[in-house]
Design a protein around this ligand. Structure first.
Ligand SMILES: [Zn+2]
Ligand SMILES: [Zn+2]
Length: 491
């Protein structure tokens, strides 16, 4: 709404009588309220009265009586009791309709009086107050039925829009709170899982420690027992020797009185074993070893999931794929290899599966791709059509990562999702969580995550590989399935 500010009366303007002033607002308009004690007017005030600034102050004075009351009331003519028509102001600053005051004074000769305050004026003099005129027009306009209806409509609409906005904000708050609950629930669940993973490692480590310490205790006891047995034998031998010595001494003393015909009966002495040797080296060798590494190697075998030792399923290999004798390396070749017909075999695309299928639990395996410029790998549903040429995507039963032109990595979505991978991984890790339906790819060099499908497979899947047909000018490097301990020890 446009705001109209009534110009203040400059301070240097002469003012007589008592005056009070303050700002107030009516219908969004700020007015300066100036209240004069008009009975103290002098001739100088009369001159001042006609100044524009005084007119503005006078206009404000019209509404000064009840700033919080009805403006309409303030702009009502005391003669006709209606809104001013052509409002004019007398020197006493009272306003009337021009027709009303003209009619009131009609026929009066000489001095006239203000109908309101009875102030007497020498002539019929008044001033048109355009500011009050404008205010009256404004009030007239803003109190018309159409205006009020329109205003009511606007109020209703604004209220409705505020109610709608409030509802939206409340919904947004509810969503935020739900989101926070989800984050907390999700975080707590993940925390429990992480704790579980570490607890399993601690347990493995604890079990291993208990086992090693138990073995140490047992071996120590065996050594001690050996010596203990020898010690007891020696003590027995001492006692027997002492008995014999006593017997001999008695016999020796008796010879003075009695003829000794034979040696006294002596105890046969205990045969004393050779003292057992304690080989400190043999005893400590097992425990002064690279114990941490040995333990870690044992733990590695127990990891859940640790790298699975996969092998290729030759029956699935496209005829242009050659598989090594140990079934851990596959390479594309120019010549079609005569294979036995098998409905598992890929006939269109140069693909091959591993022999190990999974449909529950969590599994991880590592694949060496070396510097091959082009490959696809991941998992494929058991049910994929192997006779047809198919675009690899989760919709067709493939969750794959692929490399093209040596540096363009993509996730096998439809369309492909290009990935920005800084270094070119030589080894890839594939993690399959059947229960969470997640297939993730890692750079097995540093275990950085490359991509994760969260709409993973349902049902049985097999590790999938495509060595692709690449540049024939070089001998193509194979795709290798990495096996423990190679996985654990290299890189
Ligand atoms: Zn009137
Ligand atoms: Zn008056």
């Amino acid at each position: 709404m446009r705001s109209t500010r009534v110009r203040r009366v400059p301070k240097q303007q002469p003012r007589q009588g008592s005056e009070s002033r303050r700002d107030f607002e009516v219908f969004g308009h700020t007015f300066l309220q100036v209240t004069y004690n008009t009975f103290a007017f002098t001739s100088s005030v009369w001159t001042h009265f006609w100044q524009p600034s005084t007119m503005a102050a006078a206009a404000a004075a019209v509404v000064a009586k009840s700033p919080k009351g009805s403006l309409r009331e303030d702009l009502t003519c005391a003669i006709c009791c209606d809104l001013f028509r052509e409002p004019v102001m007398l020197a006493c600053m009272h306003h009337f309709c021009k027709p009303c005051i003209s009619r009131y004074w009609r026929g009066t000769q000489g001095p006239v009086t203000c109908p309101q305050c009875r102030k007497e004026f020498s002539s019929k003099q008044f001033q048109t107050n355009y500011l009050v005129t404008a205010m009256v027009e404004k009030v007239r306009a803003t109190t018309s039925d159409t205006y009020i209806k329109n205003l009511e409509k606007q109020l209703k609409e604004t209220l409705e829009s505020h109610r709608q906005k409030k509802e939206d904000v409340i919904n947004s708050i509810r969503r935020d709170k739900d989101k926070m609950d989800t984050i907390k629930r999700f975080g707590a669940d993940l925390e429990a899982r992480v704790k579980g993973e570490f607890r399993a490692l601690y347990q493995m480590l604890h079990d291993e420690e208990t086992c090693v310490l138990e073995q140490l205790r047992r071996e120590q006891e065996e050594e001690l027992e050996k010596v203990q047995r020898h010690l007891e034998a020696m003590e027995m031998a001492v006692r027997e020797l002492e008995d014999n010595m006593r017997a001999l001494q008695q016999a020796s003393g008796a010879t003075e009185n009695v003829m000794l015909t034979e040696l006294p009966q002596l105890r046969s002495c205990v045969l004393v074993d050779v003292a057992p040797e304690f080989d400190t080296n043999a005893f400590s060798n097992k425990y002064l070893a690279p114990l941490q590494y040995i333990t870690w190697r044992k733990m590695f075998k127990s990891l859940e999931p640790g790298p699975s030792p996969l092998t290729f399923d030759v029956d699935t290999a496209h005829p242009n794929i050659q598989v090594s004798r140990d079934k851990t390396a596959a390479v594309e070749c120019d010549v079609m290899i005569p294979h036995t017909d098998h409905n598992k075999r890929f006939l269109q695309c140069v693909n091959i599966l591993a022999a190990q299928g999974f449909q529950s639990g969590r599994h991880y395996w590592e694949v060496e791709v070396g510097s091959k410029p082009k490959w696809d790998l991941g998992v494929a549903s058991e049910a994929v059509d192997r006779q047809a040429r198919i675009k690899l995507s989760p919709e067709t039963g493939y969750w794959t990562l692929r490399l093209r032109n040596g540096s363009e990595y993509s996730a096998g979505t439809q369309p492909w999702t290009r990935l920005q991978i800084g270094s070119s991984p030589q080894r890839l890790g594939v993690f399959l969580d059947c229960d969470e339906r997640r297939v993730s790819f890692y750079n097995a060099g540093d275990m950085s995550l490359l991509y994760s499908f969260t709409n993973g497979p349902r049902g049985k899947v097999f590790p999938f590989f495509s060595p692709c047909i690449s540049d024939r000018s070089q001998k193509p490097p194979p795709i290798k399935l990495l096996h423990y301990p190679h996985v654990a020890l290299s890189g």
